[in-house]
Write a protein of this length. Structure first.
Ligand code: SF4
Length: 323
């Protein structure tokens, strides 16, 4: 079983931590709940921090040309400046955080799906945007693992988020050491995971590491990090997972019986037809890595990119994907 470094994650405080929603509610959330032993959470409620009590009158985003304003229709209070000042001060004092989990649709914490109204009361929605607190987070942390609790209910999005979170957290620790042998080890054990994400970027990362240009270490780490963020820029394709499984299968194939090969290829086909999850196929490959005592394969993060205890196949039902 792999050991993982605990990422530091900022979370909207009303999710699992405090009854601080406008109506005095606290939200239960399975992902945040499950993550508690594996993550160092920094819970924050921006609305409470700017002095709004709980319970409180609702607030909303109002369009002001291209920009949005944060207002409380009942009192007519414009909270935009207060929220911006709070966000700046809070983000500046933050330790080196690894991720964010924020409340969807909230005018303060939502990431992309916050309703923006044309005016105060009884006015239509004219677009969606980022919450007043989160728009500052997005500017300050453009590459960090950030998601809202609503989207994290989708299995594939959750898997991608957790993979990026735990992998980039480990990379940051290695970057702090500036030791090339540690970066080489990191690259080696992530080979198949990176291949599943993007084969082209895996090659670029390999080229950076080979350092034909004789770059100084600091520069090399910088370029590697840039490419790593690009690699995690999108969820891995279904077909890439199949490709990686074929690669690993090819590795063990000379040592397998005809029946074993046949069974594995049948399972891979079932995965391809979306009849079984990827984990069913991966389990067979991992069992072979144990059987042949193959340390190189056992070390591959593709088999466990984030703590196994966090694997939950449940899904919101929206956009379910066996990828
Ligand atoms: S969504 Fe954000 S601002 Fe609203 S209650 Fe939750 S933590 Fe506070």
């Amino acid at each position: 079983m792999r050991e993982f470094i605990k990422p530091i994650v900022v979370v909207s405080k009303c999710i699992e931590f405090s009854p601080c929603r406008y109506n005095g509610d606290k939200l239960s959330d399975q992902t945040v709940h499950n993550l508690k032993p594996f993550v160092e959470f920094i819970p924050i409620c921006p609305e409470v921090e700017i002095g709004l009590g709980t319970p409180r009158e609702v607030i909303r985003l109002i369009a002001d040309g291209e920009k949005n304003r944060l207002v409380q229709p009942k009192t007519g209070q414009d909270l935009t400046k207060m929220m911006e000042e709070f966000a700046h001060a809070f983000l500046e004092e933050l330790p080196d955080v690894d991720g964010f989990i924020l409340k969807n649709r909230s005018p303060s914490c939502g990431i992309t799906d916050v309703k923006v109204y044309s005016g105060l009361e009884k006015s239509p929605t004219i677009r969606t945007g980022s919450g007043a607190f989160t728009s500052n987070v997005l500017l300050a942390f453009p590459h960090t693992a950030i998601e809202d609790e609503g989207r994290l209910k989708n299995f594939k999005i959750r898997e991608h988020y957790l993979t990026k979170l735990f992998t980039t957290t480990e990379f940051k620790k290695i970057k702090a050491t500036q030791q090339i042998d540690q970066l080489n080890r990191f690259h080696k054990k992530n080979k198949y995971l990176f291949m599943a994400y993007n084969q082209k970027r895996l090659k670029i990362l390999g080229r950076i590491l080979s350092n034909k240009e004789k770059r100084p270490l600091e520069e090399l780490f910088h370029y590697y990090e840039e490419e790593l963020f690009k690699l995690f820029g999108r969820v891995p394709r279904f077909t890439s997972n199949i490709n990686v499984c074929h690669h690993i299968f090819g590795y063990f194939s000379p040592h397998l019986s005809g029946k074993e090969k046949e069974y594995f290829l049948e399972m891979l086909e079932k995965y391809q037809e979306k009849k079984i999850p990827l984990s069913s196929v991966v389990c067979i490959l991992k069992a072979w890595a144990y059987r042949f005592e193959n340390e190189y394969m056992l070390d591959q993060t593709f088999f466990e990119p984030y703590p196994e205890a966090l694997v939950e196949i449940s899904d919101s039902g929206k956009g379910r994907d066996y990828g």
